[in-house]
Write a protein that binds this ligand. Structure first.
Ligand code: NAP
Length: 448
């Protein structure tokens, strides 16, 4: 016999990991014993493993870790991680706020290792069904599948999504299923397989002008002797990301209220104004490294790696000598095509996959916009709760998809689910208001 969970976290990346920590710390303060679990389709904890490029660094200060902005005294700070790993003194001597992604992944993995009792890896969520009691929508059943195809059903009063983005490919690649076309999300691991045992030259196109594209282009050029890399960008140059201090204040968790309280029109205007902090932009250091590489080629009279600017891929197909890209040079009103052995799409992510997973309860969801505490509106009288993390950029601002707000947002979700008073959660409704507890927690024969 199993309990109905207070919440099930769908996905166990940084967002829901921060939530797991906030929930545990809330429980420690309040004396509650919440029943929560997390379902993660990956077989073990990992974070953007496909973009774990050697030497790549974080673009965000380690002080914006999973907890510090909420609780600097937590044992889950990056500083405590360093201390436990015996590297605190050495890290200080690095004189940086920006650890490598490799080290940050190790930090996240270390933090996740404290939640093995709650995290179910290899559990891919397939669908969500409503559960009614006396005609009231009080909970949801989450159906997931493990690596062996076995289906589990778990019930929860609340769901909290933290599933990250889904790789996005340009429409030009619709219907093109070919192992030689890979998304940046699967670059590490994928590219090594494609380039193994190929004497070269191997022509690799990288499509995109953001941080992922630039890191991949530089990695291809520096790590593989057999590659000729071509960066295909729609714009006329690689542009730097603005991480200057006044601008960076838009990523302060306190700015979330500012954004949320604006009209939709003003939010859009702010998004456009600050888009170059995050999208289609590259760290200045990396732009300079790439420029130097291109200059060095000129010195040597080489043309191995190159950049095709003002080019949009309008069509792609499998050809006799590789993947043929049809490129439009809009400013010059020209079209041409070129074949590549491998194409890497560093074309960003979409963040609407939760809608697919929630299609089974769509009729109870009233609108796509969450409230300030990330709760989706459900039909009147519903006592269940659905919370979204990382896909509320429209209402909560540019920081929503990033790590900047994890610590604070997780606390807001915890308070919304459990309330901010030290009351047993089973004595609260899903909305956090106090209720008379008339029966013990519902016990069901469900998977753990
Ligand atoms: P991104 O910034 O969204 O860039 C996507 C790129 O794909 C853009 O240059 C865009 O072109 C291009 N693109 C999209 N659709 C296209 C189409 N139909 N045809 C041609 N080009 C198309 O994505 P990202 O570089 O993957 O970055 C995503 C996030 O991850 C950012 O927050 C970034 O900072 C982060 N990131 C961090 C690190 C790190 O921490 N070291 C590394 C990589 C990524 P346009 O510019 O023309 O729109």
């Amino acid at each position: 016999m199993e309990l109905v969970y207070d919440f099930i976290g769908i996905g166990f990346g940084p967002s829901n990991l921060a939530l797991a920590i906030a929930t545990r710390e809330h429980a420690q303060r309040s004396g509650l014993a919440p029943h929560v679990c997390f379902l993660e389709k990956k077989p073990a904890f990992n974070w953007h493993e496909g973009m774990l490029i050697d030497g790549s660094t974080m673009q965000i200060s380690f002080l914006k870790d999973l907890v510090t902005l909420r609780n600097p005294a937590s044992r889950f700070t990056f500083v405590n991680y360093l201390n436990e790993r015996g590297r605190l003194q050495d890290f200080i001597n690095l004189k940086t706020f920006f650890p490598t992604r490799e080290e940050y992944t190790d930090y996240l993995t270390w933090a996740a290792s404290h939640f093995t009792d709650q995290a179910h890896y290899g559990a891919e969520v397939m669908s969500v069904e409503p559960h009614f009691e006396d005609g009231r929508f009080v909970a949801m059943d989450v159906l997931s599948r493990d690596a062996n195809g076995e289906v589990s059903r778990r019930r929860a009063r609340n769901l909290v999504f933290g599933i990250g983005g889904i790789p996005q490919a340009p429409a030009a690649f619709d219907g093109l299923e070919d192992a030689r076309v890979l998304h940046s999300a699967g670059y590490r691991g994928g590219i090594e397989k494609l380039l193994a045992n190929r004497p070269g030259p191997v022509r690799v196109a990288v499509v995109g002008g953001g941080q992922s594209a630039a890191e991949i282009f530089e990695d291809l050029a520096s790590r593989f002797d057999n590659v000729e890399a071509t960066l295909v960008i729609r714009g006329s140059a690689l542009k730097p990301s603005d991480d200057s201090p006044f601008v960076n204040q838009i990523f302060n968790p306190s700015f979330t209220d500012t954004i949320f309280n604006h009209s939709q029109e003003r939010r859009v205007a702010l998004f456009d104004e600050f888009r170059n902090t995050n999208y289609s932009v590259v760290d200045t250091d990396l732009i300079e490294t790439i420029f130097q590489r291109m200059y060095q080629q000129k010195v040597r009279g080489e043309e191995r790696h190159r950049m095709l600017t003002n080019r949009e891929v309008v069509h792609a197909e499998v050809a006799a000598d590789g993947i043929e890209l049809f490129l439009r040079d809009a400013p010059h009103d020209q079209m041409h095509s070129e074949s590549f052995d491998v194409v890497v799409l560093a074309t960003g992510y979409r963040r609407d996959y939760h809608l697919e997973l929630l299609s089974g309860i769509q009729e109870y969801i009233q609108g796509a916009n969450v409230d300030r505490h990330y709760r989706l509106p459900l039909s009147p009288g519903s006592e269940a709760g659905i919370f979204l993390q990382g896909c509320c950029e429209d209402s909560h601002g540019l920081s929503d998809t990033l790590l900047s707000v994890l610590a604070i947002r997780s606390q807001e979700v915890v308070e919304s689910i459990f309330g901010d008073q030290a009351q047993p959660c089973s004595a609260r409704s899903a909305h956090g208001s106090l209720q008379v507890q008339t029966e013990p927690r519902v016990a069901l024969k469900l998977a753990r």
